[in-house]
Design a protein around this ligand. Structure first.
Ligand SMILES: *Cc1c(COP(=O)(O)O)cnc(C)c1O
Length: 224
């Protein structure tokens, strides 16, 4: 067994069955990804469009690719033909662009709204008020080729576990609130993508359904 396969097995042992693992493979090679693939992993997360396209071309077709990094509108067309889920929706205009290219391809693309929960300025994402405005927008329901499946968030980079737990719990409260308000009869709205290598146990306690793990599987990265 490769160390990557071992790491995946170790993680899967500790998470409930309803939580799915997104292997974050940014900056990792095709052969490292294949080690994970051969261990049964099928969901991979990437944060840059160019890298995603190269890997999509080179790697097996049954991989579910998730975009987890900031996505520029002018790059949507490159990934729309194959992307399974865009977890990093941070504007209505991005959603509209995605819908346009999904329609061209006759596909439906799953999306998560990325909500800003950290107490840091630098992270991308919508505030809760901005997310609400987006969901209230009347043209929103005309977007037939995107499917909002839930929310994504990143906690502050801190060792303070109480702070991290608070941020995740806060997002779960918001998730429940907007599910009740906007997605009550929508069975698709059920994903909460929280938790990375350092904090996924806390995230699972807060209700995570998708954990995004890079370094605990593939080892440290040289870049973010
Ligand atoms: C890089 C990244 C991850 C994975 O981070 P690790 O700490 O290596 O597990 C998860 N989510 C997002 C949005 C990322 O950019």
């Amino acid at each position: 067994m490769t160390s990557i396969a071992n790491n995946i097995a170790d993680i899967l042992k500790t998470i409930p069955r309803n939580v799915r693992l997104v292997a974050v493979s940014k900056f990792k090679s095709d052969s490292e990804i294949m080690d994970a693939y051969n261990a049964g992993q099928r969901i991979f997360g990437e944060s840059r469009v160019q890298e995603l396209m190269t890997k999509y071309d080179a790697l097996p077709d049954d991989i579910e690719w998730h975009m987890i990094g900031h996505l520029q509108r002018n790059k949507v067309k490159y990934i729309a033909p194959f992307i399974h889920m865009v977890q990093s929706i941070d504007s209505l205009m991005l959603l509209e662009e995605l819908n346009k290219y999904a329609l061209k391809r006759n596909r439906i693309i799953d999306c998560l709204l990325q909500i800003h929960i950290a107490n840091e300025e630098t992270k991308f994402g919508l505030s809760q008020a901005e997310a609400t405005t987006l969901l209230e927008y009347s043209g929103f329901k005309d977007l037939q080729n995107i499917r909002i499946k839930g929310l994504m968030g990143m906690a502050s980079q801190t060792v303070d576990q109480v702070q991290i737990a608070k941020e995740f719990q806060h997002l779960k409260v918001f998730f429940d609130l907007i599910k009740n308000k906007y997605f009550l009869d929508n069975i698709n709205f059920n994903e909460l993508s929280i938790g990375m290598s350092g904090d996924y146990q806390i995230a699972i306690k807060a209700g995570s359904t998708l954990i995004r793990i890079g370094s605990n599987i593939f080892g440290e990265r040289n870049s973010k």
